[in-house]
Write a protein of this length. Sequence first.
Length: 680
Amino acid sequence: MANRLQYESSPYLLQHAQNPVDWYPWGDEAFEKARTEHKPVLVSIGYAACHWCHVMEHESFEDPVVAAYMNTHFVCVKVDREEHPDVDHLYMDALQAMSGAGGWPLNMFVTPARQPFYGGTYFPPKALYGRNSWMQILEAIQHAWQEKQEEIALQAGQMVQHLQQASLTGSASPEDRITPEVMTLIAHNLLQQADVEEGGFGPAPKFPATGSIRFLLEYYHFRTRQGRGDALATDALQHALLCLDKMIGGGIYDQVGGGFARYATDREWLVPHFEKMLYDNALLVGVLSDAYTLTGDERYRSVIEATLSFCNRELRPATGEPGYYCALDADSEGVEGKYYTWTWQEWQELMGDAHPAIAAYYGVSEAGNWEHTNILHRAMDTGTVLQQFGLAPEAWASLLEEARLRLMARREQRIRPQTDDKILLSWNALMNTALVKAALALDRREWLDDAVTHMDWLLATFSTEEGLLLHTYKNGEARIPGKLEDYAYLLEALLQLVSATARTTYLPAAEALLLKVQEQFLHEDRNFFYFSAASQTDIIVRKVELYDGATPSANAVMAAQLWHMGNLFERSDWLEQAEALLHQMVRTVQRYPTSFACWATFMQRYSIGLKQLVLSGEGAVTELVKWQARYRPEVFALADTEGLTTGAFAGKYKAGATWCYLCAHFVCGQPVQGVEQLVL
């Protein structure tokens, strides 16, 4: 018999709709029931592409005996962490404070007032390796609730106080100036954590770390443009490119269908956790576009094209709506990675007549490289293949593409991983920014058209009549109040689109978004922004998230957009707010650059001197296109062909001529006629 989750739209919740557990979705109904019946609440958090979430569901939540005990003694709440990231952040922080551990599934026991008192991640059905079974945990919690309610209430209250106090980090002092020396220290500290042989930062598991890669690319660019290129700058570039090259050559990158998996479980990037997330692919397309613009390396072009092809092929609705789905599961047919791996027998049947260079290139063998199967990766570089097998470059490219298409056709006959088919505003905004960056880097103007269509749909679909944003969309309905990341990423995407296309009609929407952020999210004392809106009442602690997680720090993104908007609309108060945010973060970023890489990137641009390039006149778009071929992340370009009077545009339009103005701090240099005449 189906439970209440049958009425939800989240694929993760629907996966649990047939469980014998009497699951409730997150909301007041569950906690009111807990208050009325004096029961503790189990808040179980996961997501559709989570392998161990599926395992625990099968082992415990589908067990009628376990479910009966849960239903008798607890009120059970299932949460999709992607629908409710604020709930996930809050209880994950509580778990880490309790045990130092983290991960999903996240199972947190809370009072009817939503205060956490005990938690864990995956629990096996039977005690194993010193880990209690799920039933042992349930029985212990139920006994404690009966015998020690006052102690639990005190402990839960103390945890809430801790979470409130731990919500902020960073402090400013007069010495916290942002200088080139500070940026050099940040770069040095970041590279101290680099794996200089295999790429990435730190030991396995390894995540893409796109924020750190972007910082290193820009550090090299700024140092060399200043004539201060040195060994550290060279190391920064080399490691940024090494990270990208190792990922592209590893199993974390889908060599057949394009796109990147969530992370690698090993140092060499060979064995991925096979789920594919929209945000990872959006962020990687963005940083690959930066690398391509900076280096001109054609390998990056091909990976950008293949990754966007994957996103458009496998993460777009069949309905024709312009949005992008969240993710593909790691499992198919109940086996992790089965869709992507190849047994030797499968390879021989399909590719036995192929040139032997193909198997050598992809590292395919009879023994396999993971659980008796083969994860395709680039085991040999192209130069070695050409030399060892006596192939010409054109012949090799043809062989490789023929093999890829054959593998793709066979893979399409397999049972696909499940798709998490909800559409999140924040991740779609990241994808919009990626489309724009890729379009400019590869000169693919049709991608700019796609980004415009996508943005128009996002604004129409996720906006309320009150000017607020909603967070998630499925089955024709947008719902759940927007989080800071929805506003920050959408504002960034709007400004990128204005800069790339000269569609200044988006500026009123950008201004309205920023004003809503100030109204709904601003911290009363510290200038930082809360993750949840003031109008949201279902969170016991409004957190301030400052570090980068799987996605960029929304506070760091907001700080950068405040700076751009302050210059664009000539609002000195917004500039001062952005500066205040930056200065509070200097010491924290110096100590922990990998966790605060997006702050570090904005600091670096600020230390160099962020500039605006205002192109005004009938030929402004032509000059804009010329400019876009350059790698200049410190310059925000704007084009006006209509004679706008807003802020930075005011007084610059002259009929019959096109002028280029380079501006900073509301002051512009002498205009020139053509971007090639600019002195930077």
